[in-house]
Design a protein. Structure first.
Length: 256
């Protein structure tokens, strides 16, 4: 879908020369929602399989992006993805990685919330810290609210001025949506439904509808959890309205 735009053969970089010093990164912080319940209800092997799939997604993307160094770490229900901002497509790469993780989890009936920001970041085998990480966490914790991955507006504006009129810039904005409060976030429905076969599309629509019906028709579901599934339903239906080729797949669930 997008990867072919990110070939960087024209950059003569040596990955081995990269040092893990405190420097500017684009950082994504992701939180798996309802993880305690998932641990209690799912088989251990099923949870491990999901984490292994996340690892596989990022490792495959690292190969696809070739010389773009992508850092990631999985810590129970938290996932961090980061890329040095001196690499031109760094923000787009981080967003794409985060979006693919969200796509995988949603396909498994698991909701994800996150934030992506820009700032100083350091990591080694045991330590990970920095203002960039704190900022991404605060976006996830305070701004995101719904099962979506919010992107810091100032990071987008800065990136826009740096990458304007490039393929990377246009691909970045294909990944993003903006809500009524001008908050940017990764287009959840686009990542989940776009660029797949008709058979896979029908299967995914069926899976998302089953997930929504299971939760929205559950009268015992807490209101704060219920609103997350309502947001997913509205987000998918809005995407289908904006893209006529999906209009016949509108998700209709009575959520009185």
């Amino acid at each position: 879908m997008i990867i072919e735009y990110w070939r960087l053969e024209w950059y003569n970089l040596d990955i081995l020369s990269w040092r893990n010093s405190l420097q500017m990164y684009y950082v994504g912080f992701l939180d798996i929602l309802g993880f305690k319940k998932i641990v209690c209800e799912k088989e251990e092997k099923d949870i491990l399989n999901i984490f292994e799939q996340i690892q596989c997604i990022i490792d495959n993307l690292k190969k696809e992006f070739d010389i773009v160094p992508i850092f990631y770490r999985i810590m129970s229900d938290s996932i961090v993805v980061a890329c040095d901002d001196s690499i031109p497509p760094a923000l787009t790469v981080v967003l794409y990685c985060c979006g693919k993780i969200q796509e995988l989890l949603l396909a498994n009936g698991i909701l994800l919330r996150g934030g992506v920001s820009h700032g100083k970041f350091y990591y080694n085998e045991a330590i990970m810290y920095g203002k960039g990480l704190v900022s991404a966490y605060e976006l996830e914790n305070n701004i995101s609210k719904y099962p979506r991955i919010v992107v810091d507006t100032s990071s987008i504006i800065e990136y826009k001025s740096k990458m304007k009129d490039t393929d990377v810039y246009f691909e970045l904005f294909n990944l993003l949506e903006k809500d009524t409060q001008d908050i940017y976030y990764i287009d959840t429905a686009l990542m989940y439904l776009h660029d797949i076969s008709q058979k896979e599309l029908i299967y995914r629509i069926k899976k998302i509808k089953e997930l929504l019906e299971k939760n929205l028709l559950n009268i015992k579901l807490p209101l704060n959890v219920r609103e997350k599934y309502i947001w997913i339903k509205d987000e998918f239906n809005d995407f289908m309205k904006r893209n006529p080729q999906y209009s016949s797949y509108q998700i209709k669930i009575d959520v009185k």
